[in-house]
Design a protein around this ligand. Sequence first.
Ligand code: DGL
Length: 262
Amino acid sequence: MQDKAIGIFDSGVGGTSIWKEIATLLPNENTIYLADSKYAPYGKRSKEEIIELSIKNTEKLLELNCKIIVVACNTATTNAIKVLRSTYNIPFIGIEPAIKPAAIRTKTRKIGVLATKGTLSSELFAKTSDLYANNIEVIEVIGTGLVELIEGGKIESPEMYTLLESYIKPMIQKDIDHLVLGCSHYPYLIPVLKEILSENVTIIDSGEAVAKQTKAILATNNLLRTNSNMGEHHFYTNSDIATLQHILQKSNILYLADTLDF
Ligand code: DGL
């Protein structure tokens, strides 16, 4: 059982930012990653569609023999994880915008959250926001078009800079000192964001916390791999493989990538 892989899925290549944290923290674990790029972006879809797609991905990861599933997508977590947990008898780890650390650390009492429409309009996001940020100002902005540009391999393009600047400028004008990245695709935008933001704005993403939580849940369930060999990493996409390859090449971790129909 321990040698089975950690299954990870996202609407596309963004969740590889979470995979990287997991593979770094747990180097002996095997992983299988599904990039559901064919159906990206999830952020514009209805809750019902997001649930249906999350079930489709879960079924595929179970077929590929995974021991735990990491939903490396804020949109899928905030809309579908409850249904997944009540349907399948396997642990699920989710990712949510990291409002709590930002709300604790802010000095200006203003934080920005950049996420998809699906995440910002979800019940789970509203609950988390009420719980941790009810006495500070949260400036929420929908990152329309960002996922499409990342999936299209245009991370450091002039188009990306212009679009991102139009989302971030209003937050800067409101004096935020923390920017929460509420989408697993967005950590790839950090170099561009740093050009737009001043040094006194801290960027927060949830990748490291998700990796730590994955380790803790594996340990609790006695599922940590005891084999001391390095883990193997398999990536599957149901769309063009070029963007996935391009993103993974920068990771310095050995992997195999292929296309798959799911
Ligand atoms: N990576 C997904 C997330 O974390 C992207 C959403 C999308 O496909 O719109 O929300």
